[in-house]
Design a protein around this ligand. Structure first.
Ligand code: SAM
Length: 336
């Protein structure tokens, strides 16, 4: 654990701070505390009047974040903001956080290095461990149950859809034949044996299958969809949302949700293209290689009015372009 502490580097930290535009004395939600890297950055900017709310569904991560923030409290003294930690999935934020109470919210999706590095959590094919993969170790099905109990066709579909793996049928068949599979090493060998690395592959042949099972076990995409639905309700007008995704399935959900809601006058999208890491950050922190950050600002009532006009314009037909997100963006900026 001390190892995990030392090694943690929050991704795209400068962009996070820039896009969140943390307001001293404000209330901010970090949906994915992890090792509280981003949360600590936010806390430093909030001051004594501020409030930091943090979610993590992994009890071990929550404890680490608590320790890290306690150390920060010693360092900041009277300047430390109020902190509320919640050991729940961020899809529960809609129930647990007051509507229109947030100045900003951040979600840094995916798995933490602490989870990957601990073989006993079962996320990694690089080390041999039990097939678990649950972030919330208190509930839900394990990867072992999925691998050993799921019907072959469903398993193939899952690996295809969440792993974007073209050889999913072959892999699913090999898994079913090799049952029971109980460790990450055994699963990695079965996958690699049925669908070996191809010329030019830069990733381990089991990468996509592991990703698919992990996404399923943790309901990752449904979690993101729920969060993106809740965000406009939880943010104050002009509150900011920053999301960091690590693969195309996550990023597509974020991109589409922000674009669609911008067309309705809910958001101004602040990142026409996602922010990505510099070469220097990629060298220092390999996890940042696939990171894509998207940010948006919730519009005030004037933005919603522009969105309504946009809907009418769309229904009218030829003037459909009138209410584009660009228009909404202008409306949002005017009154700021
Ligand atoms: C990539 S790490 C976050 C790292 C963090 N930003 C930092 O700087 O230390 C992701 C964390 O979010 C948590 N997490 C992922 N999905 C979650 C969800 N749906 N609800 C709550 N926590 C989640 C994971 O358990 C993990 O600890």
């Amino acid at each position: 654990m001390a190892e995990a502490k030392r090694r943690h580097v929050p991704v795209l930290s400068q962009d996070v701070v820039q896009y969140l535009a943390v307001r001293k004395g404000g209330t901010y939600l970090d949906c994915t505390l992890g090792f509280a890297g981003h949360a600590s950055q936010i806390a430093r900017l909030l001051g004594a009047e501020g409030h930091l709310i943090g979610f993590d569904r992994d009890p071990q991560a929550l404890e680490l974040a608590r320790e890290k923030l306690a150390e920060l409290a010693v360092e900041l003294g009277a300047e430390m903001p109020r902190v509320t930690l919640v050991g729940e999935a961020f899809s529960k934020a809609a129930e647990l956080v007051a509507p229109e109470s947030l100045d900003g919210m951040l979600a840094d999706f995916g798995v933490s290095s602490m989870q990957i590095d601990q073989a006993e959590r079962g996320f990694s094919f690089m080390a041999d461990g039990p097939l678990d993969m649950r972030q919330d170790t208190r509930q839900g099905v394990t990867a072992e149950q999925v691998v050993n109990e799921m019907d072959e066709r469903d398993l193939a579909n899952l690996i295809y859809e969440y792993g974007e793996e073209r050889r999913s049928w072959r892999i699913a068949r090999a898994i079913v034949r090799a049952r029971p599979i109980t460790t990450t090493g055994q699963l990695a060998r079965v996958v690699a044996g049925s669908a070996p690395a191809m010329k030019g592959d830069r990733i381990h042949p089991a990468t996509r299958t592991f990703q698919a099972i992990r996404i399923h076990v943790n309901r990752e995409l449904a979690e993101i969809e729920a969060l993106l639905r809740a965000a406009p309700k939880l943010l104050k007008p002009h509150g900011r949302l920053v999301v960091i995704s690590f693969h195309s399935l996550e990023d597509r959900i974020a991109k589409d949700a922000l674009r669609d809601d911008a067309a309705k006058g809910i958001w101004t999208v602040l990142t026409r293209k996602p922010a990505v890491a510099t070469e220097a950050e990629m060298d220092e922190n390999p996890r940042s290689r696939s990171a894509k950050l998207r940010a948006a600002e919730r519009l005030g009532p004037e933005g919603a009015a522009a969105g309504k006009q946009a809907e009418f314009a769309r229904l009218d037909g030829p003037r459909a372009g009138f209410g584009s997100s660009k228009h909404a963006a202008k409306a949002g900026r005017k009154k700021k």
